[in-house]
Design a protein around this ligand. Sequence first.
Ligand SMILES: [Zn+2]
Length: 216
Amino acid sequence: MRSDRPPPSPAAHDPARPSDPDPAPLPGPGPARLIDPAPALLPDPAPASLADPGPTDRRQRHERWMRRALEIAVTGPEPPTGGPGDGTTQDDVPVGAVVYGPDGTELAVGRNERELTGDPTAHAEVLALRRAAARLGRWRMDDCTLVVTLEPCTMCAGALVLARISTVVFGAWEPKTGAAGSLWDVLRDRRLNHRPEVYAGVLETENAAVLRAFFR
Ligand SMILES: [Zn+2]
């Protein structure tokens, strides 16, 4: 069943639109917390500053995290050193992603490295997820948040669902390939048994400007 909400316009300036809060739990074999739409209700070991954020605190946190993702997009995780691909870091579309743990700890970062590594799957989100999973020693990230500067594509949205990520925060809309509301909405497809919370358009103007500058 399709949502009756129209797809979001890329031009809409809505810096912290939460996901549709609907999700009625689907019958399924998974543990209940897999389909719990309210991660804020889970036991929170976070320090007081992170516990029970109101909308304003949450938005400030998302913006702070997004600035870190933007930094990764622009500079990369480390100084460019070249790689097995033909390109350099400067050849890659500047997209950055960061995975945060439940207490706000930065677990891993990723920058789009498709040209650098010659790997069609080396998108920022996939790299950040792989590194975060390696650090955690597990594939399941149902207590983590991924922040990315650009709306995820179908591959990355699929990977985020498979990782059971609890929250996705993205910056600029990607009307040509976006799979978090533009062309598709893989992250909130009711046919799937895991649907992250999605916050779209965080620092949209800044993120879009970085991408425009790259393509100019
Ligand atoms: Zn992608």
